[in-house]
Design a binder for this molecule. Structure first.
Ligand code: CP
Ligand code: NVA
Length: 314
């Protein structure tokens, strides 16, 4: 093949869809970029002249604002869109949307309740696509969570993290993170809300230590980090099972008695928004072990690492 012909093959965009799609070294690189961003060590305006579309099918506070502010701080132009204002919201395919948007913008972020949509968007996009939450994952959140753990407690490799509650999208990204960042993950859920078996098998196949159980006390015992999330995620809101979930999940509440079972210096994380008095008590959320607002802040920094990597700028 001649060199000229080779250059006609477009490079595959650096999508940030799932942690499992990316190798540990690339994720570590992004995480370290995020830490540098927080320390003010990203010089200049690396995103100058770049437009990033932020597309929301469902609501967001942190993802929307942290991406918008972060892109501006890096010198780029965020373009906030909701699918209600787009033809995507009335049936234009993700594939055609990708083909069109790729001609206008330098990268796209999508938040959707249907992972198939972001996969199709990425397949047809010639610019990087970033996952801003789906029904099965929330990888940007995990980058912020890894940054938060390491800034408070040092390297996460070899540590024990305990998840208690619903085996939801964030839990599923935690499983992927355990494989890529090499920590032990104990997950306590009721049987009906365990994370998908195929994902657990994948992670274990990668050498990850994933322990599934029903007992939240067993899960948090001695753990350095206790994590939970809402009992009813945005993609569950239509399933009519809210009351049932509340009954099922009350024993998994992160309260002072549960946190006492963790390591004495354990930190408590929650991606937010929290439902105080449900999955986490006020006492824990506002207590000395809670790092939930650092975690929210770190979305801003960690996503700068993701953006710089995705756009091939660092
Ligand atoms: N944690 C998180 O993604 O929050 P938002 O839904 O507010 O974006
Ligand atoms: N699991 C939650 C996370 C919100 C950021 C949801 O999907 O609603």
């Amino acid at each position: 093949m001649s060199a000229a012909l080779k250059t006609e093959v477009p490079a595959k965009p650096r999508h940030f869809l799932e942690l499992m799609d990316l190798d540990a070294a690339s994720l570590r690189h992004m995480l370290e970029l995020g830490k540098r961003a927080k320390r003010g060590e990203i010089p200049g305006k690396p995103l100058a002249g770049k437009t990033v579309a932020l597309i929301f099918e469902i609501p967001s506070t942190r993802t929307r604002v942290s991406f918008e502010v972060g892109i501006r701080q890096l010198g780029g132009e965020p373009l906030i869109l909701t699918t209600r204002d787009m033809q995507l919201g009335r049936g234009e395919s993700p594939a055609d949307t990708a083909r069109v948007m790729s001609r206008y913008v330098d990268a796209m972020m999508l938040r959707t309740t249907d992972v198939a949509k972001i996969r199709e968007l990425a397949e047809y996009s010639t610019v990087p696509v970033i996952n801003g939450l789906t029904n099965v994952s929330h990888p940007c959140q995990l980058m912020a969570d890894m940054q938060t753990f390491e800034e408070h407690r040092g390297p996460i490799a070899g540590q024990v993290v305990a998840w208690t509650g619903d085996g939801n999208n964030v839990a599923q990204s935690f499983i992927q993170a355990a494989a890529r960042f090499n920590f032990t993950l104990r997950i306590a859920t009721p049987d009906s809300l365990t994370p998908p078996a195929h994902l657990v098998e994948w992670a274990r196949g990668q050498g990850a230590k994933i322990e599934l159980m029903n007992d939240p006390i067993a899960a948090v015992r001695g753990a350095r980090c206790v994590v939970t999330d809402t009992w009813v995620s945005m993609n569950d809101e239509a399933d009519g099972a809210k009351l049932n979930r509340h009954n099922l999940l009350m024993p998994y509440q992160v309260n002072a008695a549960l946190v006492k079972q963790a390591a004495p210096d354990a930190i408590v994380m929650h991606c937010l928004p929290a439902h105080r008095g449900e999955e986490i008590t006020d006492e824990v959320m506002d207590g000395p072990q809670s790092v939930v607002f650092d975690e929210a802040e770190n979305r801003l920094h960690a996503q700068k690492g993701v953006l710089l990597w995705a756009l091939g700028l660092a």
